[in-house]
Design a protein around this ligand. Structure first.
Ligand code: ADP
Ligand code: MG
Ligand code: ZN
Length: 611
């Protein structure tokens, strides 16, 4: 909102400018207009004209004589200086000249306009203009004197242009929203049985999962007016504006019913009250109170449905969530395998594709990606195709762009010393081998030692065959061992360790910690939750919920689990040392090993070992 450019110069600048303009006008223009009608002549001319009887009226002053010609066509009034001319008065009388004030031949109407009306008009224009500017700054609409009118944009079907067909996956969310659309189309059906629609529905889920998109799709499907406003727009500079905006928004909505009101990022106003230090934010609380009041105040049967979206539902005020307000909560979760494939297909419709693209492979490689990230992957693939001078997107483009999104672009120009390349190769093969030699880990999909812009010098991609919802303790333990496999290989071959394992260490520790403190997978602590999780959808920050003694024990436990995993990885690698050398050599040569190549080398080795 408020995209109009606010002038960069201060208001006073314009006021001064206006006064200057007025002064210049007065100083130059007005005398000029008058001068046009007054003509200065010599005394001789005056006497001459008097003798010729061409003067009709005269005004005799101390230092000047102003006189009017008898010729009615003459547009001028004349002026001359006084002279010690003794009998001039008599001569003037003789000539029958009229004494008195010489009327300027000005248009009385014009001079009235100039002296009275014009300044008034100018001043009121300036005033009006200043008013408008002030209003723009306060976020009011273009209408004069309507401070605090909500700038709720009215979306209609044609404007959002989205329908449920644009939203892939998220079937449960769509199901719930379809009911609302149906109600808006056909309220009688619900009334006849006595059912009332929920007044509000709250879309919750991690960022980029399509909450905003879903709300737009609802508007597109329902073909009713769609008021959309973002939570942050309520909370503005001037105190009281937020509440006024809420009031206004609901007034507008009730006039337009049936309609949908969509409040995006509602957590900006809906945060728990009293949550803040120093008594909280007054403005926000007023806005929230107004919202609560308005939601109680209107009749749900009229057909105003309120949708809101947030990725921090746990921070919302409980009053907002009680039945009768946002009583329906629609989770919009990260897509599963089928969902990812569907989202990829929806976005792939917008780009030219080669035949036989296997979206399933791409979907499997992107576990945990949101809809927004998948849309980004398709676009990256299209950009890559253009860069390579091709006219359609290939499978390779898609798979490469998955890696771009995970690890950044390839740094082709990076020069890595041979010794370091070797270390990286052994490190990555170490991960892959430890993974492959444990029964509970996902198959290796790709190993590469091409450096990436994210700083990764190489990585191992594991892709599981099908989507997993649950993870067993054994799987988690083998995952931790796989994380330690890189460092283990360095230690085994080079008898040293490098900084390249920092990310592995971080991830292994995080996983182990959650195993101990959240998942209850150790005997020592049994099924006790030792941390509290907040912001579940935004990374899930944890804070300790246990005594210091317990915290110390947790640390010990975490360390011992990781140590065991590390030992296990070292054992696996030293048992397979010839294989480790063979794979690392291959990787150094080719830079990349595919899953199939990796498996065939592994199988070949096993066959020889067994015979
Ligand atoms: P949110 O509001 O949940 O943070 P958005 O609705 O703004 O996410 O989604 C961002 C973009 O991601 C959308 O414009 C769309 O291109 C893509 N996207 C997300 N989820 C989906 C989905 N389920 N189907 C298709 N596209 C999606
Ligand atoms: Mg959004
Ligand atoms: Zn590593």
């Amino acid at each position: 909102m408020n995209e109009q450019k606010t002038p960069k110069k201060p208001l006073i600048f314009y006021v001064v400018l206006c006064f200057l303009a007025l002064m210049i006008f007065n100083a130059l223009f007005v005398p000029m207009m008058q001068n046009m009608r007054i003509k200065e002549v010599s005394y001789n001319t005056f006497v001459q004209m008097l003798n010729d009887g061409e003067i009709s009226q005269v005004e005799y002053e101390d230092s000047q004589i102003v006189f009017a010609p008898s010729d009615k066509e003459d547009p001028y009034i004349y002026m001359t200086v006084t002279m010690p001319d003794i009998d001039i008065t008599n001569r003037l009388i003789d000539a029958g000249v009229d004494f008195g004030r010489v009327q300027e031949k000005s248009n009385p109407l014009l001079s009235f306009l100039l002296t009275w009306i014009l300044p008034v008009i100018l001043m009121s224009l300036v005033g009006f203009w200043m008013m408008r500017m002030l209003q723009k700054r306060m976020g009011g609409g273009p209408n004069a004197m309507t401070f605090g009118k909500a700038n709720a944009k009215v979306y209609v079907e044609a404007q959002t242009g989205k329908t449920f067909a644009d939203v892939a996956g998220e079937d449960e969310a769509k199901e719930a929203l379809k009911e609302i659309v149906d109600f808006l189309h056909n309220p009688k059906k619900y009334e006849s049985i006595g059912a009332t629609m929920p007044k509000g529905a709250l879309l919750v889920g991690p960022p980029g999962t399509g909450k905003t998109l879903l709300a737009k799709a609802v508007a597109g499907e329902a073909r009713v007016p769609f008021f959309s406003i973002s939570g942050s727009e309520f909370v503005e500079m001037f105190v009281g504006m937020g509440a006024a905006k809420v009031r206004d928004l609901f007034k507008q909505a009730q006039e337009k019913a049936p309609c949908i009101v969509f409040i995006d990022e509602i957590d900006t106003i809906g945060k728990k009250r009293d949550a803040g230090i120093m008594g909280g934010n007054d403005e926000r609380e007023q806005t929230l109170n107004q919202l609560l009041t308005e939601m109680d105040g209107f009749d749900g049967r009229k057909g105003v449905v309120i949708l809101a979206a947030t990725n921090r539902p746990d921070s919302l005020d409980p009053a907002l969530l009680r039945p009768g307000r946002f009583d329906r909560r629609i989770p919009v979760e990260l897509p599963d395998l089928a969902g990812r494939e569907a989202i990829l297909k929806v976005h792939a419709k917008q780009v030219k594709l080669e035949d036989n693209i296997d979206f399933n492979t791409v979907a499997r490689a992107t576990a945990g990606a949101s809809g927004a990230e998948l849309a980004n992957i398709v676009n990256e693939a299209a950009l890559r195709a253009v860069r390579c001078g091709r006219s359609a997107v290939s499978q390779e483009d898609l798979e490469e762009s998955v890696e771009v999104v995970i690890a950044g672009y390839q740094r082709k120009s990076a020069v890595i010393p041979q010794k370091e390349r070797e270390i990286v190769a052994y490190h990555e093969v170490g991960h892959a081998l430890v993974a492959a030699r444990q029964s509970n880990s996902a198959p290796v999909h790709k190993i590469t030692i091409v450096p990436r812009t994210s700083g990764a010098l190489g990585y191992t991609l594991q892709v599981s065959e099908d989507e997993q919802v649950l993870m067993s303790k054994e799987e988690i333990l083998s995952k931790i061992a796989t994380f330690t496999g890189g460092r283990a290989a360095e230690e085994l071959i080079f008898k040293t360790c490098t900084s390249g394992a920092s990310n592995d260490i971080e991830q292994a520790t995080k996983l182990t910690r959650s195993m101990v403190t959240q998942l209850g997978m150790t005997d020592d602590f049994d099924m006790t939750a030792l941390v509290t999780v907040s912001n579940q959808y935004l990374g899930g920050d944890t804070s300790m919920a246990c005594s210091e003694q317990t915290a110390a024990k947790i640390d010990e436990k975490v360390i011992s689990i990781i140590r065991d995993a590390h030992k296990k990885a070292l054992k696996i690698l030293s048992d397979n040392e010839p294989l480790l050398h063979q794979l690392a050599k291959f990787l150094l040569e080719k830079e990349t090993i595919t899953g199939e190549q990796f498996m065939s080398i592994l199988e070949e080795y096993d066959r020889q070992a067994n015979s």
